[in-house]
Design a protein around this ligand. Structure first.
Ligand SMILES: C[S@@+](CC[C@H](N)C(=O)[O-])C[C@H]1O[C@@H](n2cnc3c(N)ncnc32)[C@H](O)[C@@H]1O
Length: 396
């Protein structure tokens, strides 16, 4: 990580396929490792997305994907990736075998290259297979160094988080450039009881072969996550366009370059439409409010309707995507077999030519639809629950 280059040189030499317009005032350093965190079970799909978006040197690693880049690549990753949950920037690493040494090395660490004097920060530490095994003691040493060297304020509510991972006596220091988890797109104020994370919805859409060029129907749409994500993908809208990120508080941040990146997002024309329905009127009101904030109302239709009244929209068949209730508490599950059965019956009789993607925690519930599913992939962790994606071919 040596040498400062001008933005002209950066643009000429950048291995990133996507052109990033840097402001004249900006200087950049050589590239560094950026770690894209994936929800467990979705790492492979994030790798595909990272390649599609032309990030440099993507590699699959436990827990996610690494890429190489510069700060504008960090900002673009936060802005454009639909499936990553966070973007961490590796700031440096050092060998450490006891707490007094951590204290000394943390005082020597070049915090000032990344953080502004007096920054408000939080420190998180994980220890694995190392002589230092007490995360709390390690946090205290690093926090003290930050206060001494940077005049930092340590706060449990800080938006800027430093993550130290001590593994095999190697301490790797990263900063979480995202702040709030990336599933928070910034336009969903209204959520139901069991909302799907937007990052997971995008993963599921990709796994079902959706690329923005077909109609999508969600007959149990809750707060509208699938339908809003699908409409945004069709329009080519960047998922992070409306929200703030922790990287805006770092000393590498350049407002002009960031605004260039963010505003370079004219919606693509699309002929496709996206339909959500739910039996609950409150859910439909939520979907409409969320779609409005996301700027996708012209493409989306939300209707109060029970699954038994579902009809396919006009036009060629597309994708039905659904996240029915799971009934995770004991005793909740029984009535759900009838609900899944009704879903299967409706789709079999009225949705010839459509494909179905269904996510649930329980194979026996998926079977109750009576539909022929391919073997589901590995379970995906969703808020502590393990969910499975069941997919059909075109319904006959
Ligand atoms: C797990 S939630 C879906 C959450 C949604 N994916 C989201 O992101 O907010 C299940 C939804 O199914 C709806 N539902 C349950 N039974 C239904 C039925 N018979 N017909 C239509 N919707 C139903 C519920 O009202 C609830 O909103």
């Amino acid at each position: 990580m040596t040498g400062i280059r001008s933005y002209h040189e950066y643009r000429k030499n950048s291995r990133s396929g996507a052109a990033i317009q840097l402001s004249e005032a900006m200087t950049v350093t050589d590239s560094f490792e950026i770690f894209l965190v994936a929800a467990p079970g979705t790492e492979h799909s994030l790798l595909v997305e990272t390649k599609d978006l032309k990030f440099s040197t993507p590699k699959l690693v436990p827990g996610g994907v690494t890429i190489e880049g510069l700060w504008p690549d960090v900002w673009r990753a936060n802005l454009e990736l639909r499936e990553a949950t966070r973007v961490l920037v590796r700031l440096g690493s050092f060998h450490v075998s006891h707490l007094a040494q951590l204290d000394k090395l943390a005082h020597k660490f070049s915090w000032g290259k990344t953080f502004n004097q007096g920054a408000e920060l939080r420190v998180e530490v994980t220890c694995k297979k190392s002589r230092i095994y007490h995360a709390g003691a390690a946090i205290q040493r690093i926090e003290t160094a930050l206060k001494d060297e940077l005049g930092a304020t340590i706060s449990a509510d800080a938006n800027l988080v430093i993550k130290a991972r001590i593994e095999n006596n190697l301490c790797t220091i990263s900063v979480d450039s995202s702040g709030e988890s990336l599933h928070k797109r910034g336009h969903k104020e209204a959520v139901g009881k069991a909302p799907l994370r937007e990052t997971l919805a995008s993963y599921v859409l990709r796994q079902c072969g959706y690329n923005g060029t077909e109609t999508v129907v969600d007959p149990m749409c809750g707060s509208g996550t699938f339908i809003i994500e699908a409409a945004e993908i069709a329009l080519g809208l960047k998922p992070g366009r409306e929200r703030n990120f922790a990287f805006e508080q770092l000393n590498s941040f350049d407002q002009t370059t960031w605004q260039n990146l963010r505003q370079n997002n004219t919606p693509k024309p699309t002929a496709f439409r996206f339909y959500g329905s739910d039996r609950d009127q409150g859910a439909i009101a939520m979907c409409k409010a969320n779609a409005e904030r996301a700027g996708v109302t012209t493409l989306t239709t939300f209707t109060r309707r029970a699954i038994s009244d579902l009809m396919p929209p006009e036009g060629p068949p597309g994708l039905v995507i659904v996240n029915p209730p799971y009934g995770t508490r004991i005793g909740d599950k029984k009535p759900l077999f009838a609900l899944y059965g009704a879903l299967g019956q409706t789709l079999k009789s009225r949705f010839t030519g459509w494909r179905l993607g269904l996510i649930t925690t329980d194979t026996s519930l998926a079977k109750a639809t009576g539909l022929a599913f391919a073997k589901p992939g590995p379970p995906i962790n969703h808020g502590g629950l393990k969910v499975l994606l069941f997919k059909t071919e075109r319904l006959g």
